[in-house]
Design a protein around this ligand. Sequence first.
Ligand SMILES: *Cc1c(COP(=O)(O)O)cnc(C)c1O
Length: 400
Amino acid sequence: MKANINKLAIDGGVPVRKNLLSYGRQSIDEGDIKAVVEALRSDWLTTGPSVTAFEEAFAEFVGTRHAVAVNSGTAALHASIFAVGLKPGDEAIIPTITFAASAICVVFQGATPIFADVDPDTLLLDPDQIEEKLTPRTKAVIAVDYTGQPCDYDRIKEVCLNNELILITDSCHAVGAKYNEQMVGSIGDLAAFSFHPVKHLTTGEGGMITTDDAEYAERMRRFRNHNIASDFHQRAEAGSWFYEVVDLGYNYRLTDFQCALGLSQLRKITSWVNRRREIAKRYDEAFADIPAVQPLEVSPKAFHSYHLYIIRLDLAKLNVDRGTIFQALRAEGIGVNVHYIPAHLHPFYKERFNTGLGQCPVAEEAYDRIITLPMFPAMSDGDVEDVINAVTKVGEFYKN
Ligand SMILES: *Cc1c(COP(=O)(O)O)cnc(C)c1O
């Protein structure tokens, strides 16, 4: 009988749960809905007071002088690259374990992304790699706070300082994270955030850039509005129809009703981050008993905000590959995922920038054995136990 209970769902056994538990999901309450409805009933649907209110609250939360709202995390990265003036011939160093948007923003401005390898235990940008990949054309580093753990900024900032490099942090995973007690978003020259529904807080689609530099902030405010030199309010005050397009710009504006949602969501961020950390702690405890499953390591300097919880499989202790474990967990009702295919292996970068296999061996090796488990604040304790039971069941079945 016991063997029957443990029969994997993928082999026709009973799944741990019937409905698929997704890896990430937004939390929307009545307060959020009310805030959006109020904005919809107001005079301003875009470029109004909710945008400014959300920007000010976000800047205060991360502890920077400025925050600029845009309509995606990708737009936030693009605006950052524009603000710092990257141009054709310039290079930016980016860890290869990230979402493709971290590097594509560099290409948007005609500059060249240089992919760097990662630390094997955290999969965060390896600071030694910056010096390794440095050339006279290197202008910036885009450090990615992958999974919600801040990078090794003591060392990264030192390398940037010594080589006059601009530090942009892609902090799309790391709202609410801290490094040496300092809030993520206030660590580099600029930080980019995303408000896609799987991220810590959502505006449907949306993004934000935080910085202490008034000139960068001003440039990004123009950039998101077609690079028009005087905005609508300034024109209204001057009683003038006059405006000038001063550079190539985009429409990257975030609406007022989205900002109203963002502001309402931001009020809950601390409790959400705490819930994510609680879930991570329970996973850590449970997986300590499964030798084939190794969570990523966390630095003592980091206050991790757990956008993602990722395990590495010890393939020597298993008789199948990651693909089989992935399919078996899906069959058990666990919506596992993989973050990420190393960026330098995407056909676009391979063809355009001549990247390819062998260029970042640590990332390539890690990629074959990572799996992302469900992690979002609305998960119940029962959901968390389902994930643990499924990983235990599948791990036990396929162990060597
Ligand atoms: C989500 C994400 C982005 C892009 O954000 P969008 O809002 O989807 O455009 C960029 N970088 C990282 C690391 C992300 O996770």
